[in-house]
Design a protein around this ligand. Structure first.
Ligand code: SF4
Length: 126
């Protein structure tokens, strides 16, 4: 797989790094895992459940948006509900939200290379 670069970022992403990682981008401090209305619809179809069931079981309302629920693993350590802890991978990979698809190229990390490097072994210095 090719190394991924994005304009405006002073690091690149080597997907090979994911092979040695146990899911650091889906586990860690509690955070928002935003999911849009359209993504909610796709996910409910993927799981074969209604939108209401999806909202109640797997999502949390935060302000006017929805975020995927987390499971507390330890103090200050949470996993996304859809992270398969045994297989160490996303269980809804094909329909994961855009936030997950665009990691690590988030605005937030544009000026915080050290932070993303600490979390993600796939980061390559440019
Ligand atoms: S939806 Fe999948 S990729 Fe996104 S945080 Fe959850 S487990 Fe990780």
């Amino acid at each position: 797989m090719n190394i991924v670069k994005k304009e405006g970022f002073d690091f690149a992403f080597n997907p090979k790094g994911c092979e040695t990682c146990e899911g650091n981008c889906c586990i860690g401090e509690s955070g928002n895992i935003w999911i849009s209305k359209e993504e909610m619809k796709n996910l409910s179809e993927y799981l074969n459940i209604s939108l209401d069931e999806l909202r109640v079981k797997y999502l949390e309302k935060r302000g006017y948006k929805y975020s995927i629920k987390e499971i507390k693993l330890a103090e200050d350590n949470y996993a996304c509900f859809f992270f398969d802890l045994k297989k160490k991978q996303c269980s809804i990979y094909d329909v994961r939200p855009i936030q997950c698809r665009t990691f690590p190229f988030w605005e937030y990390f544009k000026t915080r290379k050290d932070e993303v490097k600490e979390e993600c072994p796939a980061i390559v210095e440019l």
